[in-house]
Write a protein of this length. Sequence first.
Length: 603
Amino acid sequence: MSAGYYKSDLRIRLESPFLSAGLEAKAFGVDAAQLRDRSGYPVLPAGLLRGVLRHALEDLLARNIDVKDVLDLFGRELPHKEPEDDKRNEGVEEKERPGRIRISDARACQPSSGKERATRIAIEPETGAVKEGALLVVELSYPVGKEVDFKAEVRFPAASQAEAKQIAVTLDKALKQVVAVGAYKTVGFGRVVECAVLAPQQEKPFAAKPEPKKGSSFVYSFQLDGPLLVDTHYAEQNVLQSSTRISGAVLKGALARRLADSGAANEEGFVTGLLGEALKKTIISFADVFQGALPLSIVQRYLDKDTAVPDDATGYIADDLWKASSGKAAAFRSDWKDEDWKKGAAPSEADPLSELETRTRLSIEPTTGAAKPSALFSHQFLRTPLKGEAAPIWKALIKWPEPGEPPDEFYKLLGHLKAGLWSIGRLKAGTCCERLELEEGVPQAANQAELTGKIALILTTPHLMVRVGALDDEETFGAAIDDYFKTASDGAWQIARGADGERQLFAQQELRGDLQAARFRPFGRDRLEPFVLMKAGSVFVLEPVQANAADMLSEWERYGLPDPQWEGVRLEAATCPFLRGNGYGAIRIGAPGTLVGAEEVAR
């Protein structure tokens, strides 16, 4: 077997007691509980295994044992220095590298009752009593002295079977340097009895055959073999939460990484030439588990049984911002907690992705035993299905945006997608069970022949429309949105106004691109500014200005809203991921006062 992605099994046997602490205690009076998966089996988290392996490799390197190539698989981070310009590593021989190795959680092979307890104390020498705050009750997953086997998987890229074998041998050598893992190692916890990294097997080759089916629009479906932390946002000050959708930018990034592994990139790691141009032009939509579903913030207006269409033309209405002239309930609701939502299952019951798993990382101050300042941090991510559980099936649309037959490079990209992606999101999930099918039919704007007057346009994915200065006040924001639609439609559409003269729109915003903006500065080297995204579920009521205004609706609904055009700003994939080619700006279009793409709910 040749170049590709390889997998080795990792085995480690620990002698109880051991502890890799979970987020919270599962029983009253327990101060430190063992981390478990949702089936109740103890686990050693992937971050713990990654850390002990990396530390062991660094020790081997310090003893002049050549393990540098394997250590590089764990990534390399240089100390940050404030640059005079945007080139952080100019003149530096070694540059930062992302990690290329994937390690899963190690799961215990034996069930655990978790009824054992151990007590740790610290004695005050002068009094002989326990120090204040120094009595700690620790959960023991198994009786003291019992040996417990754990299994994990290690994945990595290699240029050949021989290289993969050498990587596994080096990892095995490093693992055998580890004498204990987890917490309280200095008092005898977590003693390693036996461990090994087994011989590797190839999972996915780098090479991929071009897709034989011809067409310009394909449905890409896949499952994930690991946890997903992607398109993150801060749910709290120290809680980084994953999105439950995978943007096209993330999929394109994983595809570009795969192309680079297969040798299609230059020395800087960028995919260039005709293949690179095809990658830029190809539109990859957001990947969702539920295809075609509207954002959960959109709620149907209740209609009288004898009323087919509302008599007002205000369309979707925001609570406290817009009032329906008919006096009916508002048609836009911010979330599922509203009392007027009477039908349909709640997201937690209908959505297998609604429950995120939380892992907390911290650094302890030895003198106090408490977390160091700013060193307590949590990730909330989509968990990996357990063995025997049905894994969600994700689907995304892959489209070629130009008329005529797509070039050969487009089918090469499809071939690599079908062969499988390997590094999605911060936790580097991979795809499995990949399928690629031609999209059946070409969706058209709903009732396009009837849309000769006002239309209701709903964002189903976030979209970049305005710059941050537009948030100064309501009038400035409304004018900026109006300018966007006029520019995007070449003057054919504008934001409609109600009887009171107010613009008819409801758009929630979020600021994105903190690190992206800081590193690449798409608005200029002397200006640091975040991106302003309109959230999915935002609604705009448009009215035509030109007679042929409806002609562009099919193009908008098929490929998404156009990217904004700002003087002196060049938006491209290298500086801004929030573009139409990455699935942003996807919409539904319909007549005002109706719920696009769903059945109406009669009161």
